[in-house]
Design a protein around this ligand. Structure first.
Ligand code: G6P
Length: 467
């Protein structure tokens, strides 16, 4: 239950629940996003507590900025029109090229990182951007309100806000992994201290798994000394899949239509290995394709009998390294199709434009789901496919995904760097006896839905307001 103290609940995140695009005729079109936070916030409304809520987010594109200028608001949402250059330096420069890389351990250390003058300039933008959020939250929050700050974009906000408004209950939730001490220590010492002190300005910091929470605690003690965590509670809330929403959505007309089309492209009687990701460096799509190629090389009996449905949706294309990665993914899929494909069999079906209905159709058709990230805060695809798949699916899962903590027992677990072992795991998954597969899939779905988004959100909130 939400306590009386949290008469008002505020959420702060870089990406908000709504985005605007400018139509050719000059009018604005609003699009509502999905995700755990959106359903969580609307759950407060339904909880009968009558809590007023406000979501503070950044204006992300020209449409959003125009909406702010015209005063075209969405109830319950306040978009901050932060200078575009400042936002780009904070979001692309620090959040996505430094903090994301540190926590996902993506640096190729002989070459990167080099924390130089450009980095310091971008860091100043990150401070300005965090300051804009802290100021807006301080201005909007009612006395004693609960504020839930989200993710690595906004690490400094809790500390800044605590100084401005000591009366607030401040929580921070990290949706990424947290780096181990030696890797976190790549950051300049003063920056490491600032990040940790910023987060520890919160009454409570929470993570998706125990592993990430422990890593954070170890970094805090290593960098700031024993006692660093005094005054801040540490929480773990493993965000689960939204079974009701997914099952309902997965049987709507567009999904049924996509299934007909996809089935035709796969061909009768063939097995499917399905993956759906943002084309994200940490998702390890290239090694996944290499493993699939290895499977076809080592076990020719699968040629013509399996199709890899690989949906890889564009992400963070402002960054050259993401554009290069996207190109590498495409190239490898084309190579596999050229090497093994026949007149009536395309080994890899790759789609690059995001369509949730088509993703759900692929989930429903999945015999095997491949989720092999290098490192991942949770990975909801691993949780969603077993919930939606029509006949139950086998899950090949990286031990470096947060979801491994809850799903590992019923998945086929792989080291994401080990291409040969991943190829073997695909074979094991493909030959799994249907009864066992269905049983395991049922257990996966049960574990995956233990804490659906609304409950996840309310759990954080009640822990924050009662601790
Ligand atoms: C991860 C992060 C989120 C982020 C999402 C999409 O899940 O934890 O904070 O919103 O990726 O990335 P984007 O950069 O497009 O917001």
């Amino acid at each position: 239950m939400v306590s009386e103290r949290a008469a008002q609940v505020l959420v702060a995140s870089n990406r908000g629940p709504v985005s605007y695009t400018l139509r050719e005729d000059g009018t604005l079109a609003a699009k509502r996003g999905g995700g755990g936070l959106v359903s969580g916030l609307s759950a407060i409304g339904k909880s009968g507590e009558g809590a007023a809520s406000l979501w503070v987010c950044a204006a992300l594109g020209d449409g959003d900025r125009e909406a702010v200028r015209r005063g075209t608001g969405t109830a319950g949402v306040r978009m901050l029109d932060i200078d575009a250059g400042v936002h780009a330096d904070a979001y692309n420069g620090i959040a996505n090229s430094v903090l994301w890389f540190v926590h996902h351990m993506l640096y190729q250390t002989p070459l990167e990182p080099a924390f130089d003058a450009e980095f310091r300039r971008q860091w100043a933008a990150y401070e300005t951007y965090n300051r804009a959020f802290a100021d807006a939250l301080a201005a909007e929050a009612a006395p004693g309100a609960a504020v839930l700050v989200q993710d690595y974009h906004l690490c400094l906000v809790p500390g800044m806000l605590r100084e401005l408004r000591p009366d607030l209950r401040i929580g921070h939730f990290t949706h990424t992994p947290w780096a181990p001490v030696d890797y976190f220590r790549l950051l300049p010492d003063d920056i490491a201290r600032q990040l940790l002190r910023g987060l520890l300005g919160a009454d409570r910091v929470a993570f998706l798994t125990r592993r990430w929470a422990d890593a954070f605690a170890a970094c805090a003690v290593d960098v700031l000394g024993a006692g660093a965590l005094e005054g801040t509670a540490l929480g773990v809330h493993g965000l689960g899949a939204d079974a009701d929403f997914l099952r309902e959505r997965a049987h709507q007309e567009d999904v049924n239509e996509w299934m007909v089309r996809l089935r035709e492209r796969v061909g009768a009687g063939r097995r499917t290995v399905v993956r759906v990701d943002r084309t994200e460096l940490s998702k390890n799509i290239v090694r996944g394709l290499l493993a699939y190629r290895q499977l076809l090389t080592d076990r020719p009996e699968w040629r013509g009998r399996v199709v890899h449905i690989a949906f890889a949706y564009p992400s963070r294309q402002d960054l050259a390294v993401y554009r290069d990665y996207t190109a590498a993914v495409r190239r490898l899929a084309d190579e596999i199709n050229a090497e093994f494909g026949t007149d009536d069999w395309q080994p890899v079906l790759m789609e690059l434009d995001d369509d949730f209905g088509r993703s759900l159709a692929a989930y429903r058709m999945a015999d095997v789901a491949l989720v092999n990230p290098i490192r991942d805060g949770m990975n909801l695809v691993a949780k969603e496919v077993p919930v939606v798949s029509d006949a139950g699916c086998a899950l090949v899962l990286s031990r470096e995904a947060g979801a491994y903590e809850e799903l590992g027992d019923n998945a086929i677990v792989v080291n994401p760097y080990d291409v040969m072992a991943t190829a073997d795991a695909l074979h094991t998954a493909l030959v799994m006896e249907p009864g066992e597969r269905a049983e395991r899939s049922k257990r996966l779905a049960a574990a995956a839905t233990a804490l659906p988004p609304a409950a996840w959100f309310l759990a954080q909130l009640s822990a924050l307001t009662s601790e």
